[in-house]
Ligand binder design. Structure first.
Ligand code: ZN
Ligand code: ZN
Length: 419
């Protein structure tokens, strides 16, 4: 396919590197590594960048950053995540994971390969653009640790300040299509460990106890009223109690219970309300039970809201439509999953956009969609059967990174337009 628009010349060149791209993708897929432990992956990325004549930096151990400085012009930062998941692969692919219990089940292998592909095309064809391109290969997305770790390790001072930041994610939608949306695209996510204290006793003498099992049970039920009764209908919020642990034996009343909660929201005010309501309800139930000690709240795996900048999203959507054709670019609906990408643009204080790239054989996807069976029939991200169709997913993801960057960096994109 030869697309249109200022980026067409370079994005078309990606096809010539398809064998190399597939090789990279299959290598990453075959040797997945868990969050913040992406040692071999980072080494391979570094090796490829060096082969392209670049001088990559290591940030936060397994993070890799390459900067292509190519004269005057805007600065674009593009980010790919690189970590895999503790999932046992069940795809039957010839390049399936060679690491027991670990799998690239979220497509980060494709993200890493696509960003390397974009770097290659931009590094080899500097005559077509000017400005600065920063490629960030970020570890630890799945635990919300990586972006924060790169920022903590000085990312902001190591590279020029970008004007705009870009990222993408492979999803179980039709391969060859791209979804963009202005505003919230991924929810803020919080995990919360709550410990409530009771008074332990023999199971036959409940009157001498403060039973944390009963206490935790009423907390679980009462928490259901937050979304149902406190959040305005139409506003998005999720409160899930994913785990509840107390006691070990039938005839012992334990002295504590632990609850693990997951909370999602798009609106920071809604998120604040939900968190405050959780703490209020837990304290209230503890008081009602006569708990001998205050409950403890420990927040972890906290993901920021991903909210796409309208102007950047409009620019990127327009070049996607020019290059891929408007029939291939759709308006994405916000999803309730979360991402830590936005920590990076937030650390620089710059606008960003985050788009999705389809990965399912289009006929199969449309057929399942027509029957309302996508959720049942198409393995989604994190499934042991998640298997992006290599062609054209890799090509589309790589071209998307090139096209989006060139919306800012291409010489002819800026002609007659204020930079
Ligand atoms: Zn994931
Ligand atoms: Zn992911």
């Amino acid at each position: 396919m030869a697309g249109q628009g200022p980026a067409a010349g370079l994005a078309d060149r990606v096809e010539g590197h398809l064998v190399w791209l597939r090789g990279l993708y299959r290598h990453f897929h075959r040797y997945p590594e868990l969050s913040m432990n992406e040692v071999g992956t980072a080494d391979r990325i570094e090796q490829e960048l060096v082969a392209l004549g670049l001088s990559p930096l290591r940030v936060a151990g397994t993070g890799v950053v390459a900067v292509i400085q190519n004269g005057e012009g805007p600065v674009v930062l593009a980010r790919a995540d690189t970590d895999a998941l503790p999932v046992t692969e069940d795809t039957g692919l010839e390049y399936a994971s060679a690491v027991p219990g670990v799998m690239h089940a979220c497509g980060h292998d494709a993200h890493a390969a696509a960003l390397l592909g974009a770097v290659r095309v931009l590094a080899e064809h500097r005559e077509a653009w000017s400005g600065t391109y920063i490629a960030v290969f970020q570890p630890g997305e799945e635990t919300a640790a990586g972006a924060r770790a790169m920022v903590a390790d000085g990312l902001v001072d190591l590279v020029p300040r970008p004007d705009v930041a870009l990222s993408q994610h492979v999803m179980a939608t039709a391969a060859g299509t791209i979804g963009t949306v202005s505003g919230p695209v991924l929810s803020a996510g919080d995990s919360l460990r709550i410990t409530v204290h009771g008074r332990g006793a023999h199971g036959s003498m409940p009157h001498t106890s403060v039973d944390p099992v009963v206490l935790a049970s009423s907390i679980v039920l009462r928490l259901q009223t937050i979304v149902a009764r406190e959040i305005e209908p139409g506003q998005f919020a999720v409160v899930t109690v994913g785990a509840i642990t107390a006691g070990a034996k039938a005839n012992i009343i334990p002295d504590r219970a632990e609850l693990l909660l997951n909370i999602r929201a798009y609106d920071p005010a809604v998120r604040g309300r939900v968190l405050a309501s959780i703490e209020r309800i837990v304290r209230g139930e503890c008081a009602a039970s006569g708990a001998p000690a205050e409950p403890e709240f420990q927040y972890y795996d906290q993901y920021p809201l991903t909210s796409n900048d309208p102007a950047v999203t409009e620019t990127v959507t327009r070049v996607f439509e020019e290059y891929f054709g408007s029939e291939s670019v759709y308006q994405a609906t916000p999803v309730t999953a979360s991402e830590d990408f936005s920590f990076i643009p937030l650390a620089f204080g710059v606008p960003y956009t985050y788009w999705t790239v389809g990965s399912v054989e289009p006929e199969r996807y449309r057929d399942a969609l027509a029957r309302g069976a996508v959720g049942q029939e198409i393995p989604a991200n994190h499934s042991p059967q998640f298997a992006p169709q290599e062609d054209p997913t890799l090509l589309t993801a790589t071209r998307a990174q090139v096209v989006a960057a060139l919306a800012y960096l291409a010489k002819d994109a800026r002609a007659g337009k204020p930079a």
